[in-house]
Design a protein around this ligand. Structure first.
Ligand code: GLC
Length: 611
């Protein structure tokens, strides 16, 4: 079969639905025809090897959700300086068992006004200090040879104020002004402000920015230098889809669609999760399936579960392939601070009851702050009021609560709402930083135990585990951002420090903190890859361990079963699980009586039922 036939076949499959949705939003035949022509052009430009991979993946559409997947997210400069430097470090990443690398934003972005790269000035140019598109293509080629997938961000809600469109809009060119939201007086912005919440209430208050030289307000939901794109304009949609396809053609396997709930704006609404957003994501999914079906969409929807799940679309009309398991992450840390897993059990029941095709990305920490998006309705029935409880969590994790070992900083503290979020690395939150500072060996062992327990729990969940670079060696907070002018106000940089290669050098030495964490994670990942019970389609259920401080998860695949018990208390707990059979420790091999299990403070066990 000629390869163009593939394109024709895929286009035919999706054409009617794609056209229908496009017309619904834009009612514009010539722009739709242009989109189809461009899809074909990007298809023709796609590398032969990538097309072969597309075909392979079309035949095995679950390729990205196997139990062998282990992700790591990292900043190229922090980790290895440049893309070429990163390529030389692939063996280290392989020693971490990582086969999915999320390269944090690396496209051209103005220094000091970049929001960590999330203000893109040119979607087709790599930040010069990191390398070039050519370097990226070489990296992708080597990654594919090694069986590693690459992920990058597609920042589609906004561009940098330095993007060519923004520059021309600022100069008053109507064509480009219409790609953003421009207003010559504050009437409409004022009406928007009545209903749009604030993303960065302290570091970037308000949703509009006044451009004095141009005499207009422009919509800027995030930072003033990030101008919101107007997706009601079909030119914006088409051009952004061309950028998406261009990036996919650079050899990306996973595209993270950044801040996607925000992309459609409508007066009188919160401008989040509007129906048109789903139409756009659905169209994007089809465009991807037509041109580059090997590419997976990862949606960034940092919202409560009811808002997240619709981004999977339906089984017939899927939208994103993967989504962040954000509420589970926040709930996990809540349970650490309260030593009470009841909320986590409820949250896991919600996630576990979803169709198995819905793939979540599980993580403990990422590059962003932790927002306390918890089920406060339930917490309230247990006597925890929202504002007071958030204050407790923030006091706890900043180390300002008696007995807390965590260290970190608040983020966008909004005193009106008592709504601060939190920043810090996993290791610092587990006490590695404070124990190191106090040179307290016993506390250090407790911190390491908790760090490993949380990773084991993450690896037990269904979905794709994602490590945050540095966590594999217990890297702690980095306070040097305070000396850098463009970063000092944004405390998220506390957990975006330079990767500490001196810790990585200790990863074989189990006398060191880094070595203990690194080796333990390696062992867990190896077991996870080997055992069928960790298959993506295994059942995962919450069981009762008779103790609100201990989480019990049971995974079942066919006749095989494993049980994970995780102690969220800092004291030793003795628990009993109502399960028959003989259970063997998956790490140490000993048989364990599940009616009588003693877990040290923040300890865990992985048990497998003997056949
Ligand atoms: C996403 C990113 C965050 C960034 C924001 C604006 O939420 O994760 O880091 O600030 O988008 O682009």
């Amino acid at each position: 079969m000629k390869t163009s036939d593939n394109f024709a076949k895929r286009l035919q499959k999706h054409h009617d639905e794609l056209r229908w949705l496009y017309m619904e939003l834009y009612d514009n035949d010539s722009m739709f025809a242009e989109l189809c022509d461009q899809m074909h052009a990007y298809y023709l430009a796609r590398d032969r090897k990538m097309k072969a991979l597309d075909q392979k993946r079309e035949k095995a559409p679950a390729w990205f959700r196997g139990k062998d997947m282990l992700g790591m997210m990292l900043y190229i400069d922090n980790f290895a300086g440049t893309i070429q430097g990163l390529q030389k470090k692939l063996p280290y990443l392989e020693s971490c068992h990582v086969n999915y690398i999320h390269l944090m934003p690396f496209l051209d972005s103005p220094e000091g006004r970049s929001d960590g790269g999330y203000a893109v000035a040119d979607f087709r140019k790599v930040r010069p200090d990191l390398g070039s598109m050519d370097d990226l293509a070489k990296l992708s080629e080597e990654c594919h040879e090694r069986g590693i997938s690459l992920c990058m961000d597609f920042v589609m809600n906004h561009t940098s104020e330095d993007h060519e469109w923004a520059r021309r809009a600022r100069q008053g060119e109507g064509e480009y002004m219409s790609r953003y939201f421009f207003y010559d007086n504050y009437d409409i912005p004022a009406r928007y402000e009545e209903t749009i919440p604030q993303v960065f209430p302290t570091t970037a208050p308000g949703n509009f920015t006044w451009l004095a030289e141009n005499g207009h307000y422009v919509m800027t939901t995030f930072y003033p230098y990030q101008w919101d794109l107007n997706y009601a304009n079909p030119r914006v949609f088409n051009e952004m889809m061309y950028n998406f396809l261009y990036l996919a053609n650079q050899g990306m396997d996973i595209i993270r669609i950044d801040a996607v709930p925000y992309i459609w704006k409508e007066l009188g609404t919160q401008c989040r999760n509007l129906q048109q957003v789903h139409t756009i994501v659905r169209m994007m999914r089809m465009i991807g399936e037509i041109v580059c079906p090997g590419v997976v969409l990862l949606g960034e929807v940092v919202m409560e579960p009811e808002k997240v799940v619709p981004y999977f679309g339906t089984v017939e009309k899927p939208e994103c392939h993967m989504l962040y398991n954000v509420t589970t992450m926040a709930t996990t840390w809540n349970c650490v601070a309260t030593r009470d897993v009841r909320l986590l059990k409820m949250q896991m029941n919600v996630v576990n009851s979803l169709p198995k095709k819905y793939t979540f990305l599980n993580y403990l920490r990422c590059h962003d702050d932790i927002g306390w998006g918890l089920d406060f309705g339930t917490l309230q029935t247990w006597g925890m009021e929202e504002v007071a409880h958030k204050k407790y969590l923030n006091d706890y994790f900043t180390g300002n609560y008696p007995g807390s070992v965590s260290r970190g900083e608040l983020y966008n503290d909004d005193p009106r709402l008592g709504d601060a979020r939190f920043c810090g690395t996993t290791a610092s939150m587990c006490g590695v930083e404070s124990a190191g500072f106090e040179q307290d060996q016993q506390k250090m062992q407790e911190a390491i135990r908790m760090d490993i327990m949380l990773h084991a729990y993450m690896l037990t969940q269904s979905g794709i585990p994602m490590l945050y670079s540095g966590d594999e060696v217990g890297q702690v907070n980095d306070y040097t951002y305070k000396q850098e002018p463009g970063k000092a106000v944004d405390s998220r940089y506390i957990h975006r420090g330079r990767f500490q290669w001196d810790l990585a050098a200790e990863c074989e030495d189990t006398e060191t903190v880094a070595g203990q964490i690194f080796q333990a994670l390696g062992q867990l990942v190896t077991i996870r890859r080997r055992e069928k019970v960790f298959d993506a389609d295994a059942d995962c259920l919450v069981a009762d361990a008779g103790d609100d401080a201990v989480l019990c998860l049971i995974r079942t695949k066919g006749k095989e079963q494993m049980m994970g018990l995780f102690n969220f208390h800092d004291r030793e707990r003795n628990v009993a699980v109502e399960q028959d059979g003989i259970w063997q420790d998956m790490l140490h091999g000993n048989v364990q009586d599940v009616q009588d299990i003693t877990l040290p403070g923040h300890g865990f066990v992985w048990l497998k039922k003997k056949p």
